[in-house]
Design a protein around this ligand. Structure first.
Ligand SMILES: N[C@@H](Cc1ccccc1)C(=O)O
Length: 414
């Protein structure tokens, strides 16, 4: 994640916006229509809007604290200095956990989407094998060098943006109001299913590892970085709304029960959407887009995990050193993908649970501590203590929701 920013020559605001939007928009979005089918479209918009607001502001809080340190100082430096060793260990563990579980989710997702893609070409290929091979290819690129990752990401991200506009532009034309308004179910209840969507929204809006990278990229320029964070998160929000419109405007609400029962992985969702679209070229575009969306986050997140582990274990940058780090980065999630190829939805949920620590709770605590220590010489997030409390509540609330739903204490739409 961290190094994507350093390769562009002229820092225009778009570079930062694209880095942020590119990290945010990933596998998480494919979980949204399935987990939001209970709350359905309008309530889900509320959950998305609220999460967007909180995740943008937690990112700004991180920036506020980060601006008081040297350029290049990351999470680790700030939490150790402002919150102490204990928090630093908790924070580090949650970062590693999120990156690992996301890598697992991407392996599971890429396996399923490659299987689906090849299936469309009448080639039968097991998903486990596809996920494994794809992960090996990514591992090879990460092993080569950060530059290789950055170049691949630029290509994949470009393809993602182009196929996105083509796909969603035409998908919108297919929305059926009767399906979107769920006209078939007269007395449906939606609100009981609202809370459980939150951890998935949180995971889908995660990007916070990139805030220190933006400061490396632009220098201590809060105005520009604030614009990048706002622009990047807004693009993601807009895309998610269109994505919900496209899925919930085409697949009837009860149809999602079957999708969730089949594990809720990307291939099932894309398959269900193809089933109602009856449009060959759109179908193909959607498949191409899904492949690129997964691939770009996969590269970004595993690079982040790679850098993190290399730093933690002190492995050097020689081919052997990088090989050790790659092994540590990819072997555990690959093993998970082999044993349990269909845990995509669970993985995104757990990513939400752990990400709440370093993407909501810790940023709020950091901003609060850095205000006491430094004042805010460069930049201060608006809203004072109230805003800090809101982000803390959002973070703790998300963790509680996830725990409740893991113990089956929240209603599930089934
Ligand atoms: N938002 C990313 C996941 C992510 C979470 C937290 C940090 C970085 C990335 C996705 O949807 O795939």
């Amino acid at each position: 994640m961290s190094t994507l920013a350093t390769t562009r020559a002229t820092p225009s605001i778009w570079g930062g916006v694209i880095i942020i939007a590119g990290t945010i928009i990933g596998a998480g979005m494919f979980s949204l229509p399935v987990v939001m089918s209970g709350a359905w479209f309008f309530w889900s918009l509320l959950a998305l809007g609220f999460t967007w607001f909180c995740m943008l502001h937690s990112g700004l809080m991180l920036l506020e604290a980060n601006l008081n340190y040297r350029i290049g100082a990351s999470f680790d430096t700030m939490t150790k200095d402002l919150l102490g060793k204990g928090w630093n260990v908790i924070n580090g563990a949650s970062v590693a956990f999120v990156l690992y579980i996301l890598t697992y989710a991407y392996i599971s997702a890429s396996g399923s989407i490659i299987q689906h893609t090849l299936g469309e070409m009448a080639i039968a290929f097991p998903a486990r094998m596809a996920g494994l091979l794809f992960a090996l290819a990514v591992a090879f690129i990460v092993w080569l060098s950060t530059r290789a990752v950055s170049r691949m990401t630029a290509i994949v991200l470009g393809a993602k943006v182009i196929t996105f506009f083509l796909t969603f532009g035409s998908l919108l034309g297919h929305v059926q109001p009767a399906v979107l308004f769920n006209a078939a179910e007269a007395h449906a209840s939606y609100t009981p299913y609202l809370l459980m969507t939150l951890p998935f929204c949180l995971a889908s809006f995660g990007y916070h590892g990139n805030v220190p990278s933006l400061m490396k990229y632009y220098g201590k320029d809060p105005r520009t970085i604030v614009r990048c964070l706002t622009g990047g998160t807004l693009i993601a929000l807009g895309l998610y709304v269109v994505w919900l419109l496209a899925t919930m405007g085409n697949i009837p609400r009860p149809g999602f029960i079957a999708i969730a029962q089949q594990g809720g992985n990307i291939d099932v969702l894309v398959g269900a959407l193809s089933g109602v679209l009856h449009n060959r070229s759109l179908d193909l575009l959607l498949i191409v887009f899904s492949n690129f969306a997964v691939a770009s986050s996969f590269l970004g997140v595993t690079l982040g995990l790679f850098d993190y582990l290399a730093d933690l274990f002190g492995f050097d940058d020689s081919p052997q050193g990088r090989f050790k780090t790659v092994l540590l980065t990819f072997a555990p999630p690959m093993l998970g993908g082999l044993i349990w190829p269909n845990g995509f939805l669970y993985a995104i949920g757990y990513a939400g649970l752990a990400a709440t620590v370093w993407a909501a709770i810790v940023p709020a605590l950091l901003a609060s501590a850095s205000r006491k220590r430094f004042g805010s010489p460069h930049f201060r997030v608006w809203g004072g203590e109230g805003m800090i409390m809101l982000i803390l509540l959002f973070g703790v609330g998300n963790a509680m929701v996830h725990l409740l739903s893991s113990f089956n204490l929240l209603p599930v739409y089934q």
